[in-house]
Structures are given as C-alpha cells and as structure tokens.
Design a protein around this ligand. Structure first.
Ligand SMILES: Nc1ncnc2c1ncn2[C@@H]1O[C@H](COP(=O)(O)OP(=O)(O)O)[C@@H](O)[C@H]1O
Ligand SMILES: [Mg+2]
Length: 406
C-alpha cells in the first residue's frame, strides 16, 4: 500500500515551510538589527562614559578653581584685616614717630650751641698756646743772645713766676686753665663750662634714645607691613609679637573709663620659626586686639570702685615645648571672658558679639585659617566667664611645606 499524503496536509506543510523561511529571514534581519543596535548601544555607552568623564573633569576643575578662589579671597581678607589694623593705628604711629622726632629737633640747637662753645674754648686755648710758643721761642733766643751778651738780660723775662699763671698772659710762660679761659666764652654764649660738661652728655644720650625709638618704630612697621613670599622664612616670633604690641600700644593707655592695661611679656628663649611672618603678625594683632576689647567691655560694665580694685592685664607667654620642635604662644587677659555656650562658635566666620561697626567676626576665623591650615599648628581657647580668657597657639618650628618628610 502506497502512502498517499493527503493534499491538505501537504499544503499545510508547504505553508508551514514557507512561514518558517519567512520567520528565519525575519530572525536573521532582527539578529542583524540587534547587532547594529548593540553596536550603537556600545557607542552610545562609550559616548556617555566620555561625557561623564568630561563632566567629572570639569567638576574637579571647578572645585579646584573654587578652592583657589576661596584661598585668594582669604588672602584678600587677611590683607584687608591687616590694612584696617594699620589704618586704625596710623594716627598713633604718626604720634610715635613724631615724639622722638620733636625731641631730637628740640635738642639739636642746644647741642650745637654747646659744641660751638667748646670749639671756641679750644680756639682760645690754641691761640693762647701759640702765643706761649712764640714768647717762649722769643725768650729762648733772648737767653741765647744773652749768653753771648750778658748785658742784654731783661730781669723780668727770665722769671716766669712773676706773671699771673692763670691770666693767660703769654709773657707768663704758662697756659691759662680752661676754667679761666672759659669766662670769655661764657659771656659770649651765655653758658657755663660745668653745666655744658654735664648737659651735653645728657642731651646726646637722650638724642640717642630718641633715635633708638625711631629705629624700633621703623623696624616694627617693616615687620608688620611685610608681605609674605611663597615659601616660609625663618622668623623671630618675639619680633612679630612686639610689633603687634607697638601697633596696639595706644589702646593700652588709661582712659576715662579704665586704668592702664598692664602688658606682661613672659618670653622664653626660642629658636626661629619657619613661617609666613606677615600672616602670623596678623594673628598676634587680632588676639591682642580682642583681649583689649574684652577688657574695654568689662570696664564699661564695672563701677568705678571695682575698676580701681582690679587691675587690667594681658599676659603673653612663649614656650618651647618638650618635643623641642614645637613652640606655644599663650595670650591671656582678665577681661569679660566667653560664655561656654558661644565658645564653639567664636572661630566661625562672621560670628561676633560686638556692636555693628566694631566687630566683623573675621578675626578668629582668619587666625584659625593662618595657624591651622597654613602652618599646621593648633589654636585653642580656655575661658571663664567674667574672669579671664586664654588663647593658646602651637606652631611647629619647621614648616611642613618646606620639608614634606617631617
Ligand atoms: N579675649 C576675648 N575675650 C572675650 N571674648 C572674646 C575674646 N576673643 C574673642 N572673643 C569673642 O569672639 C568673638 C569673635 O572674635 P573675632 O573673630 O575676632 O571677631 P570680632 O572681634 O570682630 O568680634 C568676639 O566677638 C568675642 O565675642
Ligand atoms: Mg577680633
């Protein structure tokens, strides 16, 4: 029996085969499409990755720029802070310079008078000596000639004691004493030798004192105004503190509302510190300025009797720490003190408890920036309300940027 496929089944099979071909073509096409899509996807992914990388790079660049802008802003604020302190102290500095200058100026004329007077005495003395020389050579030749001709002897010329020794008479053969000669000069200059003797030395010594004072002021101004280089330099910290004191000295004087502020400097011998000196001077000026403000504030609240009872003081203490590679500077005052509740905020930018126009709230923020960020040091505060406040700074002797291995 031959197998005879049913025509329907054959048609159905053909149909199925046809459908299968179509489907496999479709599959192939979609496979190709998938490959193309995958490729596209890869490309897109790569593109996206590139975009993301570029974005990250730009973000890093922006962050870096932001940081350097912030640093530049801080530099400007530090400079502004410095200029404002110097500006406020200008009148006082002018006074500090003017005082010794006036003093020098006022002493030049008397000193010149004394010198002219003394020169005149020397002239008188010299001219008298010249006369004496002349007369003695004359009397010598007279003696010589008299030895040839004894009859020519003049009885008075051979006897010097017959003259007045202090008269300055050349024929006496002896010089007059300076005191007797001075009479002439005394009259002319209205001076007296004994007085000139003691006063000239006094005048010159005090002129020297005035010049020393001017030198100190000029040195302090140079130290305060110094601009830092890119690299830290060795610096005597005490020079910086003393310059800050000089700049603020006018604020220590007694006022109507309080007695003078006593400044006690308890310095230890310290090695030089590698640092940005101009910036550290700012720190000292800010801390001392705050201490004076705190004493002013305390006195504005106090009754007169209390003001007299309790002296106002600021103590500055410098020490070399036991590790021999760190120094500490402590500035302590017995002013108003800081309430425990605000102590954590005092280093924040713009935090101030002072009236508008007096406080900027920048001082301590800059101090922390300079000490911690720029010098790898520390700054801490300890305070008892109504009693005292102490700011302690520690600084490494060697700046980390100079020697990264340390
Ligand atoms: N020695 C101090 N005694 C008492 N309070 C202080 C002292 N130093 C700082 N402060 C407090 O810290 C605040 C912030 O100080 P600072 O940043 O220098 O800004 P400013 O002096 O402009 O107020 C001051 O307003 C004050 O309240
Ligand atoms: Mg301040």
């Amino acid at each position: 029996m031959t197998y005879q496929a049913k025509p329907d089944a054959i048609r159905h099979l053909n149909e199925l085969q046809k459908q299968c071909r179509v489907l496999s073509k479709k599959l192939q096409a979609s496979e190709e499409e998938r490959a193309i899509l995958e490729d596209l996807n890869d490309k897109k992914e790569m593109l996206l990755r590139n975009v993301l990388r570029d974005l990250q790079k730009s973000r890093d660049e922006l962050t870096a720029k932001n940081q350097s802008l912030e640093e530049a802003l801080r530099d400007v604020q530090i400079a502004e802070n410095k200029m404002s302190t110097l500006g406020q102290s200008m009148a006082f500095i002018a006074h500090e310079i003017n005082n010794p200058l006036q003093f020098l100026w006022g002493n030049i004329d008397p000193a010149l008078d004394y010198i002219h007077y003394l020169l005149e005495l020397i002239d008188l003395y010299e001219s008298q000596n010249a006369d004496l020389d002349e007369s003695s050579s004359l009397s010598k030749s007279a003696t010589e000639s008299s030895s040839i001709n004894p009859s020519s002897i003049n009885p008075s010329s051979g006897n010097p004691s017959s003259g007045n020794p202090s008269s300055g008479n050349p024929s006496s053969g002896k010089p007059s004493s300076i005191n007797s000669l001075s009479n002439k000069a005394d009259e002319k200059w209205g001076l007296d030798l004994e007085f000139v003797r003691s006063d000239l030395i006094k005048i010159i010594s005090s002129m020297r004192h005035g010049v020393q004072r001017l030198q100190e002021v000029s040195k302090s101004l140079r130290i305060m105004a110094r601009t830092d280089l890119d690299t830290p330099v060795k610096f005597d910290i005490h020079d910086g503190i003393n310059s800050a004191i000089l700049i603020l000295k006018h604020r220590l004087k007694a006022t109507q509302s309080r007695p003078e502020i006593q400044l006690i400097a308890d310095y230890q011998d310290l090695p030089e510190v590698e640092c940005f000196a101009g910036q550290l001077n700012q720190v000292f000026t800010n801390l001392l300025g705050n201490a004076i403000d705190a004493l002013e504030e305390l006195n504005s609240d106090r009754k007169c009797q209390h003001r007299c009872d309790r002296p106002n003081w600021i103590v500055i203490e410098t020490r070399l720490l036991a590790d021999q590679s760190t120094i500490s500077i402590c500035i302590r005052d017995n002013g108003v003190g800081i309430a425990p509740s605000i102590q954590p905020r005092i280093f924040d930018r713009s935090f101030t408890t002072k009236p508008v126009g007096q406080g900027t709230g920048l001082g301590l923020a800059l101090c922390r920036e300079i000490v911690v960020q720029r010098h790898q040091g520390t700054i801490a505060v300890e305070s008892e309300l109504g009693q005292s406040t102490a700011f302690t700074i520690t600084l490494p002797l060697k700046h980390a940027r100079v020697d990264p291995s340390t």
